[in-house]
Structures are given as structure tokens and as C-alpha cells.
Design a protein around this ligand. Sequence first.
Ligand code: GDD
Ligand code: MG
Length: 355
Amino acid sequence: MKAIILVGGEGTRLRPLTLHCLKSMVPMLGHAFLEYQFAFLRQHGIRDIILSTCHKPELLRAAFGTGRRYGIKLHYALESQPLGTAGAIRNAGKFINRRETVVVLNGDILTDINLTRMAAVHRGQRSVLTIGLTWVEDPSAYGLVQTNQAGRVHSFLEKPSPGEGQTHWINSGVYIFDSAIFDQIPEGENYSSERQLFPELLSAGQRVWSFPSRDYWMDIGTPAKYLQAHQDILEGRMFMLPIGSVAKKNSKLYMGKRCRFHSTAELSSPGILGDDCFVAEEARIGEFAVLGSKVKVGPHAVIRHSVIWDGVDIGEGAKLSGCVIGSACRIGRFVTVRPGSVLGQGTIIPDYSVV
Ligand code: GDD
Ligand code: MG
């Protein structure tokens, strides 16, 4: 089987982090996000992967190239203007023989869903499309999928208005398609899977099946969910790629190469420091602190529940909690960065500020 990953969106909900970085490439515990999807697909024996790109494709090519480094073969399908989620699949379909079954993934989901079992359901039900479902408390930001007892999908409702929709089972953005369906998508037009193609398949009475799963699932497309995904990985709620060595026996504190820290600095688990970090005296790197590489932490600074990208300089006595700090930011002395703050690449925060 081959896979298509949709990575053409602009990632607006993750701005300012996505002004210089693609949503599918945001760092996550020392890896670009897509590496988790590559590892997930590889676990299920899929090595031929088509990246369906639109926005800044050159960044993807520069980072992932042929895919050889990840044990996969990458192809790039380009769009000169956004084709929407279905138009993008049709465009990527030029790399696929029409008799094949294809996995399609939204490019911003982190999941452990059992793709191998899902493919078996797809075959067993002779379905033209099988949609992986996940259960969420608040389904309003997603596509709601209603099925009959046997799992056949009878309705699809994207981003319901308040009061609309009756289920907590949502579209997880993991699909198995019979590629023959691709020819039902208009070519070269902006066309949506969720608002056009899926409802059309259902009203035409085609066999669309569901695969409900309670395995780990997260759409990392907002800062809060992006932070949460780090915490979940560190707590072992889903598979994890290698991220450095464990600093203390029996702990979940991971450390890259050449890190230096003062003997009075306090590092708590779970957490991770990338390569070449420096932590000064009496600084406290608290639980769920995720530091990229070349991060400098000044004396008495405190960092908790935060994700800090590469090359950030954190001044003396600064306090950071619940925030995401983009690469190469300079956080002044005695600055407080409060929960929910997201700083874009290169931001400079003057001493004593509260953000
Ligand atoms: N190539 C290409 N071209 N990719 C696109 C385009 C496009 O025009 N538009 C969006 N994408 C990609 C995005 O990069 C992302 O990986 C994926 O399609 C889904 O887009 P999002 O913008 O993240 O959608 P969403 O999160 O609001 O909703 C979707 O995902 C939910 C699960 O996370 C829908 O599929 C919902 O039904 C679903 O529940
Ligand atoms: Mg999304």
C-alpha cells in the first residue's frame, strides 16, 4: 500500500509558529512532526509516501529529500493553488495506479490507530472508503461521523453548529481509499473531502465504512494541542521516536549531546533537553519542560510545562510556564511568560516584561 499525506494547509491556528515553519514540520521532542507519521506508516509496512504539498513545498524537500534517511520513499505532489482536501488527493493520485488501495492522512495528526486492522475492515467490507474514527469530548471543531450498528457510515457533518450533530465520534483524518474514487473528484478544482466528496459518496449509496478506535489520537494544529501532545508522548501515552539518552536512571528525563548544567541547577522528569544546552546555577527545569538544541537558561530561571525551540536564550530569573517559544527568541531577565503565550521566531522580550 502507498500513502498520501496532506500537508498543504497554511497552519493558521498555529501562528506565529508557522510563519517560518510548516505545521507538518514543527519540532516535537527533537523530531520534525512528519517523522512521527513516517514512523507510524512504516510500522504498518508502508514505505511509499506521497506528500501532497501546496504552501512552501521547498521547505519539505530541503528537510526530507527522497526520504531515504527515514527508510521510506517520498514523492512530492505540488499544487500551484490550494486544491482543498479532496482536490489535493486527486492531484497526488497521479503517483498511484488506479487498482491500488491507498492510505490518506491529514498531515497534523499524531496517532497510534491500528492501520493494519483498519485495512482488514476496508477489505472485509468491500468499502470504497473507510474512515478512522476517534472519540472526543468536544466534537465541534471536527467532522462528525454517524454510523449504523455494523459500522457503515450514513452521515458526515463537518464542523457542526452548536446543537447540531449527535455523536462524539469524529473523523480522525485517517482514511483508506479505493483509488478508483479519485476519478470522481473534479480535476484541478478546489474540492473538499469533508464538505463535498464524503456527503456525495453517501448520498450515492456507496459503501463507506468506519473504523472506531480508542487508541491515542491528537490533532496538533493549535498551540494548546501541540503542547498537550508533548506531554502525552513524555508520559508514554503513545509510541515515541528515539530522543536522546536518559539522563537519570529510571527517569523520563532525556538529554541530547554536550549539554552542560551547573551543579545547583535542578532538572525534573519528565522532560527533554536537546543537544548543546546550557543551564546556569539554581535554574529549575521543571516537569514537562521541552528544550530544543542550543538553548541557554540563565541563573534562577524556572521553566515548566513549556516547549522551547532551538537557539533560545532565557535570561536570569525568567519564569516560563505553559508556553511555546519559537526559535532564536531572546527572553530578558526576570521576564514572566504566562500560560497560553506563543512567541514567534526571533521575538525579543525586554527585561522585567510580563507576556
Ligand atoms: N495539499 C493540500 N491542499 N493540503 C491541504 C489543503 C489543500 O488545499 N487544505 C488543507 N490541507 C491539509 C492540511 O495541511 C492538514 O494536514 C489537513 O489537510 C487537514 O486540514 P486542517 O486545516 O488541519 O483541517 P481541520 O483540522 O480543521 O479538520 C480536518 O481534520 C479533523 C481531524 O483533525 C477535517 O478532516 C475534520 O473532518 C477532522 O475531524
Ligand atoms: Mg487539523
